[in-house]
Every structure is written in structure tokens, then in C-alpha cells.
Design a binder for this molecule. Structure first.
Ligand SMILES: Nc1ncnc2c1ncn2[C@@H]1O[C@H](COP(=O)(O)OP(=O)(O)OP(=O)(O)O)[C@@H](O)[C@H]1O
Ligand SMILES: [Mg+2]
Length: 508
């Protein structure tokens, strides 16, 4: 009789049930075959499993005849070493070395040659599947136990070694259930740079406050050394705290991407990702033979900071259009399509021209007009249309830099951001979104009504400046956030005019 053990594959961010079936023919020549679309890391599992079994004191595969392992469903590609543990248990069961009831139990884990169990990726997706499919117990590597236990309603057993797991399943020496630690408060980034250290740039700071409150995309444009990178680096200190449900969403993505460090089960800080401009399209939006989330998904519910924006290849930047609009990326491969969430706030920084001084009142720009145009064309109209707050960062005056008094601290800015975010949390309760920037046309109609005066000003600006329908909606959403920052229920004319001015930069 073949033995059947349950495990999980990760497809995109979701878990899919996998059955490891093991059949052993004790007679004949030794052969160990693995079928069911395994990739190289799964095929190599034969060597790890064989050594781990031998070194744990059991009768190893090479002393048996023909061993066949089938990972079902056979048409689903399998990747990674998570099946080591279920394959080993299936073999032990099929050879009569281990008697236990495998129903309602899920097993995941990589085996070391000495039989120790090593951490794997994607256990949160596995735990979600276990809960949804009404499994009772999930057995994971000790190092993954904390993150698995984030999903309530399923008993987590932390496994150190194959031997200890067999002793547990035989009822000889039980492994204790994993008891999660109390969730610790999720707060701001304690290590970031304080906004008070950035001198001047009040206009840009205000824009970043609005961006942090409502999740609006922002671009900072200015000459070299004016503080753009500095401002963006200080942004994490004013971002609102992650809610527990947001934190779980983010943690799941990091878990699938294999980016959770051990001992750090829950992502507690809002993500702030800053990929270099040499990043490939795949690393930015996700992909690979078996699709993995990219930077846009790792920045989900947080900030994607693209410094030196114009240095990114245009073809790479164009990939941002769909996620910026939809809040997710869909990665198509021959082996299927995966959808990853990507609801991030884009913050970009760039110079206005190749020399960096176009529009500077005191320093001449040395670029030929053709070069300036070509430089700016790297950022296409559709990308710019998706950026709500377009801000100039002029060179700070020397007097500003010499001033002793610090500007407003991150802590005090953050208080306003948190208050504005709470208003949005209440507003969007049960509607599946968190921030003003995510509102669709229906919600904009509901939450952004304007008085006649404001309507007239906005209508005038839209027709005068030939703004797109998207810009029109985006201006309303920014105005909503500005009103929330002042605690106002209705959007005022001032809010609309402030939102409008962020659509254009003066040096253009
Ligand atoms: N507004 C400012 N307040 C305080 N220091 C500043 C400011 N602007 C620039 N500096 C100083 O200049 C350095 C460079 O600033 P930053 O890297 O932010 O410039 P940048 O605008 O990103 O320039 P580039 O366009 O070359 O990337 C900072 O490390 C800091 O020492
Ligand atoms: Mg910079």
C-alpha cells in the first residue's frame, strides 16, 4: 500500500494542497524515483531524505528495492525543499517503520543530512490553506513556528529533527504545541532619520505628510544635493503604523518571497523599499519561471522609493503602470498566471535635467534644450499622470542650513498623519480599502462632494490645463486627504487649490 502524506505548494501567494505518495517494492534492484513535475531542488530531495533517514537511525532507502514518490497533483510544478519532510514520513510509513494516522495533518520542512529540520518559505500561505481546508495540525520547522502561528485556528507543532517528529507521531515523546508570543505593538521606524534634520524644503515635507496620510504617489524634483534623498529617507519615520491585518498581508508576501528572517515572524514596520536603478523588470514587478513577488509587492501597504527616477530604463518603469493603477500585479508564465498584491505608494526623486540645474534661479543650466527634453521624456506621460504630488525641491539657502533651530520633528508630523489615517479607517470600514488614494469613482462621488465654488475652480483648471479624467479624480482624492489632515468633514476651496498646485512644478 502506498503511503500518503499531505503538504503544500505555493502558487503566487496561495497555498495548494499537495499529496506526497510513496510506494516501496522491497524486492529487486534499488531505484528512487520522484515524479510530479519536480524542479531540481525537489529532485535533490532524494539525497537529503536518504541521508537524513540513515542518520536518524532508520532503515535507509538504499537497503530497499524500488521506491517511487509521486507529488500530486502531477500537473502542478513543485519547487523548493519543503517536501523533504513529507517524503521521508511517507517512506517510513510505506516501509512499516512508522505507524500513524496522517489525516488532518500537514507537513512542511527541509531536511539536513543529519536529520535536522530547516526553515522553508511560504508557511503562512500553508497555514491559511490548512485552516480553510479544516486540517487540525500543521508540522513546520521550529524556525517557522512563530510565523505559522499568526494564523489562528490551527495547532502548530514546531519540529527540530526527523527523529523527534517520528517519536511524536508514534506517541513516544510528544512535541509541545507552539504557543505564540503576544503580538507586540506595531509602531514607527525607530531607526529612520528625523524630518527635523532636513532644513527648509517645507513644501516637500508637506507633500510627504499628505502622501503618508492618504497613500498618494509623489515625485521630488530638484538640483543635486538639495535634500531629495534625505527627505525620502526620513519618510519611514512619519508613516502610520501597520494595522494587524495589514501586517499579516505584508508578512505573507515576505514569507512567499523567502525574505522573512528567522526570529522575525511578523513584519511590524510599514515596508520602505528602495531598489537601485539597475534593477531588472522582473525584480521590480515580480516573475521568474515559478513567479515570485517583486519590489512592488514587497512594498505593498508601504512605500516604493525610486531614487534617480530618470536613470531607470524606460521599459522597466512602464511596468509600473498597471500596478500603480490596480494595486496588484499579474505575472503570466507558461505555467500559469500569478497575482500578487502591490498596493504601494510610489515616491520618486530626480533632477530636472542631466546637469541638474534647469529652473535654478541662480545657477545656469548647461544642458542643450534637446537633452532636457530627452531626459524628461524618460518619464512617460502615463506614468506622470499617476503621480499625484509633483514637488520641486530647490537648493536650500545657506542661511537655512546654518540655522540652529531644528524644523518640526517626525513625531509631531506623524501624530497628524495617524489622525488622518484613523479618519480613513473609519470611513472605509467594510469597504475593502484603507486609504483615500484607493477610492474608485463611486466612492469619490460619495466622499468627495464639492461646494459650487470649488467645483467651478476645479472645472476651470481641468479645462484650462487639459487634465485627464484620472488627474481629475486624483486631485479630488488628494483634496480629501488634505481635508482629513485638518480634521474637516467637507473639502474646502483651499483644499482643492492646494491639491491642484501639486499637479505642476514651477520650473517647467
Ligand atoms: N535640505 C537639507 N537639509 C540638510 N542637509 C541637506 C539638505 N539638502 C542637502 N543636504 C546635505 O547634502 C547631502 C546630500 O543630500 P541628498 O542626498 O538628499 O541630495 P539629493 O537632492 O538627493 O541630490 P541628488 O540629486 O544628487 O541625488 C545630505 O547628506 C546633506 O548632508
Ligand atoms: Mg539623491
Amino acid at each position: 500500500m502506498p503511503a500518503r502524506i499531505f503538504s503544500v505548494a505555493t502558487v503566487g501567494l496561495d497555498g495548494v494542497l499537495v499529496e506526497a505518495e510513496v510506494d516501496v517494492l522491497s524486492q529487486g534492484l534499488h531505484a528512487f524515483t520522484l515524479v510530479g513535475l519536480p524542479d531540481t531542488s525537489v529532485k535533490e530531495s532524494r539525497e537529503r531524505v536518504s541521508s537524513a533517514i540513515k542518520n536518524s537511525g532508520f532503515k535507509p532507502p538504499h537497503q530497499n528495492g524500488r521506491i517511487t514518490v509521486n507529488l500530486a497533483p502531477a500537473d502542478l510544478p513543485k519547487q523548493g525543499p519543503v517536501y523533504d519532510l513529507p517524503i521521508a514520513l511517507g517512506y517510513l510509513r510505506a516501509t512499516g517503520q512508522l505507524e500513524f494516522d496522517p489525516e488532518s495533518k500537514l507537513f512542511l520542512g527541509e531536511l539536513a543530512l543529519d536529520g535536522a529540520v530547516r526553515r522553508v518559505n511560504g508557511v503562512i500561505s500553508a497555514a491559511v490553506l490548512a485552516r480553510d481546508m479544516k486540517f487540525k495540525e500543521i508540522y513546520v520547522p521550529l524556525e517557522n513556528a512563530e510565523e505559522t502561528s499568526l494564523i489562528p485556528g490551527i495547532t502548530v507543532y514546531p519540529v527540530r529533527t526527523l527523529f523527534s517528529l517520528v517519536a511524536h507521531l508514534l506517541g513516544r515523546e510528544l512535541i509541545e504545541k507552539f504557543i505564540p508570543h503576544d503580538p507586540i505593538a506595531i509602531g514607527p521606524d525607530p531607526h529612520g532619520m528625523n524630518m527635523s534634520e532636513v532644513r527648509g524644503q517645507e513644501h516637500a515635507k508637506r507633500a510627504l505628510e499628505i502622501a503618508a496620510s492618504g497613500g498618494h504617489n509623489t515625485i521630488l524634483v530638484g538640483p543635486p544635493g538639495s535634500g531629495k534623498t534625505l527627505l525620502a529617507r526620513a519618510l519611514p519615520t512619519i508613516l502610520p503604523a501597520l494595522s494587524l491585518s495589514e501586517s499579516l498581508e505584508v508578512t505573507k508576501i515576505f514569507s512567499v518571497a523567502g525574505k522573512l528572517s528567522s526570529g522575525k515572524a511578523l513584519i511590524r514596520l510599514r515596508p520602505f523599499r528602495s531598489p537601485h536603478h539597475s534593477a531588472s523588470a522582473i525584480s521590480l514587478v515580480g516573475g521568474g519561471t515559478i513567479p515570485k513577488p517583486g519590489e512592488v509587492s514587497l512594498a505593498h501597504r508601504g512605500v516604493l522609493f525610486l531614487d534617480e527616477f530618470a536613470e531607470f530604463p524606460k521599459s522597466v518603469l512602464e511596468n509600473l503602470r498597471q500596478p500603480l493603477e490596480d494595486g496588484f500585479v499579474s505575472v503570466s508564465r507558461i505555467k500559469g498566471t500569478s497575482i500578487f498584491p502591490a498596493r504601494f505608494t510610489l515616491v520618486a526623486a530626480m533632477n530636472p535635467c542631466p546637469c541638474g540645474y534647469a529652473g535654478d534661479p541662480e545657477r545656469m543650466c548647461s544642458c542643450a534644450p534637446f537633452h532636457v527634453t530627452r531626459y524628461r521624456e524618460k518619464i512617460s506621460g502615463p506614468i506622470l499622470d499617476r503621480i499625484d504630488l509633483q514637488v520641486s525641491c530647490p537648493r536650500p539657502k545657506i542661511e537655512k542650513l546654518e540655522e540652529d533651530a531644528n524644523g518640526e520633528s517626525s513625531e509631531s508630523i506623524r501624530e497628524r498623519v495617524e489622525a488622518a489615517r484613523s479618519i480613513q479607517t473609519i470611513r472605509f470600514e467594510g469597504r475593502g480599502i484603507h486609504t483615500n488614494s484607493e477610492m474608485g469613482p463611486e466612492m469619490i462621488r460619495e466622499f468627495c462632494p464639492l461646494d459650487d465654488n470649488s467645483k467651478m475652480v476645479l472645472r476651470g483648471a481641468v479645462s484650462e490645463l487639459k487634465l485627464s479624467a484620472r488627474s481629475y479624480h486624483r486631485i479630488l482624492k488628494v483634496a480629501r486627504t488634505i481635508a482629513d489632515l485638518s480634521g474637516a468633514e467637507h473639502i474646502s476651496l483651499d483644499n482643492i487649490t492646494e491639491a491642484l498646485q501639486y499637479r505642476f512644478r514651477t520650473e517647467q
